[in-house]
Design a protein around this ligand. Structure first.
Ligand code: OAD
Length: 251
């Protein structure tokens, strides 16, 4: 599908050396994963975050929370990156300082081949002890109770950030740094509803970066965006790579 990428943006990206991109659940939508807040299909239409994605929920019913993440891991098993993920790999190759910041826990950016990724909300494929923090490489997902840590006996939990928890400090600091120092900041497939990730785009904007938003719907960020590219990231991003660098990189 032919997309309209503004000529000003194409010229600007051809000269840019520092670019940051924040992605959300929307970039994985075309891989077949559900987003969180879509009106029809969003995960949070069916479940309440506080029932499943909070330390309180885990304390109340660890097995319920464990099983929900085991179910999501299972759902991700057959899922592959889409052209939007692949286009971001191409952008990383073209821009000398490119920082990919994601709120997604699905690991699809890594699977696509992006090398440098700041995973702000963790990764669903990693598991650690809820007591001592030791990471575990192998565990059973279909056990009768939540599996325990081999070092201390504490129960295991997914290495994701739950509501009310802090983001990993090193990743957050690197993301803030990238947002404050970039020429162009992309906000792609995220509703901008969850802080502090959502504030990164504003931090970039305040420092004079050109703000580019790619989304199916307007968000609270849209009025500030220099360019709002309306549509699917899996269609817009590959077209943008073609228009800016004249390559499709096999997309
Ligand atoms: P949301 O579900 O809140 O938002 C998804 C966004 O992607 C919406 O703005 C959609 O319009 C847009 N979208 C959907 N399909 C798209 C497509 N194919 N191309 C482009 N845009 C598309 O997901 P996030 O913003 O990622 O946190 O949610 C942020 C955080 O809230 C998640 O990381 C998760 C959730 O609760 C935690 O669990 C801590």
């Amino acid at each position: 599908m032919k997309m309209d990428i503004p000529a000003d943006l194409i010229r600007f990206l051809q000269r840019s050396t520092r670019v940051a991109a924040l992605t959300g659940a929307g970039v994985s939508q075309e891989s077949g994963l559900r987003t969180f807040r879509d009106s029809q299909d969003g995960i949070w239409k069916q479940y309440r975050p506080e029932d499943l994605a909070s330390p309180e929920a885990f304390a109340r019913d660890p097995k319920l929370v464990w099983d929900w993440y085991a179910w999501r891991r299972e759902a991700i098993k057959g899922v592959r990156p889409n052209p939007g993920h692949h286009a971001l790999v191409e952008i990383e190759k073209k821009i000398p300082e490119f920082t990919l910041i994601t709120q997604n826990v699905d690991g699809l950016h890594r699977m696509a081949g992006s090398a440098k990724i700041l995973e702000l909300h963790g990764n669903i494929q990693r598991v650690r002890c809820s007591e001592c923090g030791t990471f575990t490489e192998t565990w059973g997902d279909d056990t009768e109770s939540v599996p325990c840590c081999e070092s201390c006996g504490g129960i295991l939990r997914p290495d994701v950030v739950w509501f009310g928890e802090n983001l990993p400090r090193a990743e957050l600091e690197a993301a803030i740094q990238a947002a404050r120092n970039c020429d162009v900041f992309f906000s792609i497939g995220t509703s901008g509803a969850v802080q502090p990730a959502a504030s990164l785009a504003f931090a970039a904007h305040n420092k004079g970066a050109v703000l580019v938003e790619i989304n199916l719907d307007p968000t609270p960020l849209t009025p500030k965006a220099d360019f709002f590219l309306h549509g699917k990231s899996g269609e817009i991003l590959p077209e943008l790579v073609r228009m800016v660098w004249g390559t499709d990189g096999g997309l």
